[in-house]
Design a protein around this ligand. Sequence first.
Ligand code: C2E
Ligand code: CA
Ligand code: CA
Ligand code: CA
Length: 279
Amino acid sequence: AKRQGRGRWTFFDRALEAETRRRRTLSEALRRALEEERIEIALQPQVRLADGEHVGFEALVRWSRDGVPVPPSEFVPIAEETGLIVLLGSRVLRAALAAIGAMLARGLEPGRLAVNVSSPQLTDPGFVRMVERLCREARVSPARLEIEVTETVLLDRSAARIAEVLAELRALGATIALDDFGTGYASLAHLQRFPVQRLKIDKSFIAAIDRDGREAKIAATVIGLARGLGMEAVAEGVETARQRDWLAAQGCAIGQGYFFAPPLSVEAAAEALARRWTH
Ligand code: C2E
Ligand code: CA
Ligand code: CA
Ligand code: CA
């Protein structure tokens, strides 16, 4: 029994060691990719559910390692732990603003630009100044920016500082959206302390609409909550006409998902917008 016990420990030690090594290799590769400017973005359209009008894009980071795309769910958490997220986030913001600036220069109306921002970026001392500078360089008004933060920032140990930074971004004209709403542990009391204009309903609750389950009631509750607080609800992961119709009937303002468009390359996003424009 003893030997088996030891064997297990060795197994767990090895698994842990392998995981530590995997993370280190991944973060080193990511650091190189950042140095060599090989980090890209995709832009996913957002539409107003009442009439299908284009209202904006969400920027999503894209990274391929030796030609193979690495999912953000794998490297974003590692970038957050290692602090690389600060540089990664500024690269995403710069690339996304450049794309929006180019659309504006072509006479297109891209609407809002939503970017995902993590706590270490918000607590980085130069963040607001950097946002201002990047907007100026790209000739895009900060009023087009929507800062997407997850519920977890409301519970961060620097929550008070983060609330200040979000207020400074609001003062520039940017809006704040709470991402993945309903999946975390934030309460209404937490929500109240932050200057939030939009609640993004997590896609797990949208998927449940087709099953008519308890989770669909959560989606309906978030939409009602947003309305009650004078905010807009945004549904992510909309994949079917049935979900779109249900969300519109519930009064959800905005939708995003494969039903409308997948995340697009910068070029494809501009082309999609140009086509909409001429139709
Ligand atoms: P998120 O912010 O909740 O982004 C939505 C995710 O849903 C994206 O995954 C998007 O590609 C995917 N998606 C879009 N439409 C649909 C749909 O109809 N059905 C389904 N099932 N999925 C859909 P992606 O691009 O893999 O990103 C995953 C997560 O990584 C994001 O979740 C976000 O938390 C994080 N992330 C992505 N880009 C950035 C970034 O630039 N900075 C930071 N800090 N985090 C990022
Ligand atoms: Ca998001
Ligand atoms: Ca989300
Ligand atoms: Ca998410």
